[in-house]
Design a protein around this ligand. Structure first.
Ligand code: UD1
Length: 392
């Protein structure tokens, strides 16, 4: 009887799907939903707890209808070694206890490499979603995470042709690489209409009756931009100058808020601790900084912006699909397709260059954008069909 139950339970393939930091949630959501459609899969969501603030984590679970994690590892913040090490130790324990048939990791955060490394040493196959991206900048922690995760993964799912070529060049056998498209865009397509119900424009005073003001949207959190006070001050000065031409809304990451506070710049960036519940009566500041936003509010803001300025990876892709001009405040990108085929411009963190390019982009007419191949809302479906063919 006991043996029977065991065989029955094992008839389902157990897949650990790992999430940890904010950009993981929108990649995992379509995957778990697609896996759940086949009763032969038992997908279990593992949250490492790398991001733990409600607005960096819980709100995404609610809005993206992610199931409650099967296991929450609660590792929190720390140095890279501390965080990566703690995730490995905790994740290894649950791998040993449950022996999953596959560990699926997404993106390039510390949780990605930590769980992939713990799993592969237990001979558990690893799938990496969003494999093969390279910025060629090894000072970025994410670049190290990407290279290492790809080297130890058994299934490498890529979102563009460049990524396939990068992997082949690094000696990964072609049989492990699958060009499936972009799971983050699956989530965007699914939620775009719903984001139209968000009242974020009204709450920020950017929409009164039917009139929507022109505005730019800023995000900033890379250590190279926010950890060095001189660099952060120079970027914020450029943004303050830009706000004389166009209103700027800045949802700030906790790491950035911490640095803004320690430099005493809260007043300069007009930091609002909380968003007003409804349209404010008094006139708005040209530059407003708000705490991190939920997925739907941010998507609404992004879709109506005249310009987005960012150092995030995913936002470069989302603006490409939305057809919104994007200035990336970095010297390089692991997503060159967004420059070649999309709306992305690399501007680094030099204030002059940021302002010059912003003015040029705001003056120029928008051209129809090309949608990169397979960024069509069906990437998760392609991934799951590969897994069905290989695992079942
Ligand atoms: C991480 C990822 C980065 C990704 C970003 C998205 C790595 C190496 N970096 O960077 O690739 O673009 O997430 O947001 O994995 N903090 C909070 N509350 C939270 C989370 C973080 O206050 O919920 C603060 C802590 O002070 C922490 C700092 O932010 O020390 C940085 O967090 P961490 O997870 O180490 O890296 P991120 O900068 O968020």
């Amino acid at each position: 009887m006991e043996k029977n139950t065991m065989t029955k339970a094992r008839a389902k393939k157990i897949i650990f799907l790992v999430v940890g930091a904010r950009p993981n949630f929108m990649k995992a959501a379509p995957l778990i939903q697609e896996m759940k459609k086949d009763p032969r899969f038992l997908p279990l969501l593992i949250h490492t707890g790398q991001h733990y603030d409600p607005m960096m984590s819980d709100s995404f679970f609610r809005e993206l209808r992610l199931p409650r994690p099967w296991m929450y590892l609660g590792v929190g913040s720390g140095t890279h070694a501390e965080q990566t090490g703690r995730i490995m130790i905790e994740f290894e324990k649950i791998c040993l206890a449950k022996r999953p048939d596959l560990v699926a990791v997404v993106g390039d955060v510390n949780s990605t490499i930590a769980c992939a490394l713990a799993a592969v040493k237990l001979n558990i196959p690893v799938a990496h979603v969003e494999a093969g991206m390279r910025s060629w900048d090894r000072t970025m922690p994410e670049e190290i995470n990407r290279i290492l995760t790809d080297q130890i993964s058994d299934y490498l799912f890529t979102s563009c042709g460049d990524a396939v070529r990068n992997l082949v060049r690094e000696g990964i056998p072609r049989s492990r690489i699958f060009f499936v498209g972009n799971v983050m865009i699956d989530t965007l397509q699914k939620h775009k209409a719903l984001a139209g119900n968000s009242k974020i424009l009204e709450r920020l005073g950017l929409k009164r009756q039917t009139r929507i003001e022109r505005y730019a949207l800023l995000t900033l959190h890379r250590p190279s931009n926010v950890d060095d006070p001189a660099v952060l001050k120079a970027i914020l000065k450029a943004i303050a100058d830009l706000s004389n031409k166009i209103d700027v809304v800045f949802p700030a990451h906790p790491r950035t808020i911490k640095h803004i506070r320690s430099l005493g710049l809260e007043k300069t960036v007009h930091f609002m601790k909380a968003l007003p519940a409804r349209t404010p009566n008094k006139s708005r500041q040209n530059l407003v900084t708000v705490p991190p936003l939920g997925y739907l509010d941010f998507l609404r803001l992004m879709s109506r912006a005249s310009l987005v300025l960012t150092d995030s990876g995913g936002i470069q892709e989302e603006t490409t699909i939305l057809g919104i001009p994007c200035l990336t405040l970095r010297e390089n990108t692991e997503r060159p397709i967004t420059v070649k085929e999309g709306t992305n411009h690399l501007v680094g963190n030099d204030p002059e260059r940021i302002l010059r390019t912003a003015s040029r982009v705001l003056r120029s007419q928008q051209f129809p954008v090309k949608r990169p191949r397979y960024w069509d809302g069906k990437a998760a479906r392609r991934i799951v069909s590969v897994l069905k063919a290989r695992l079942l």
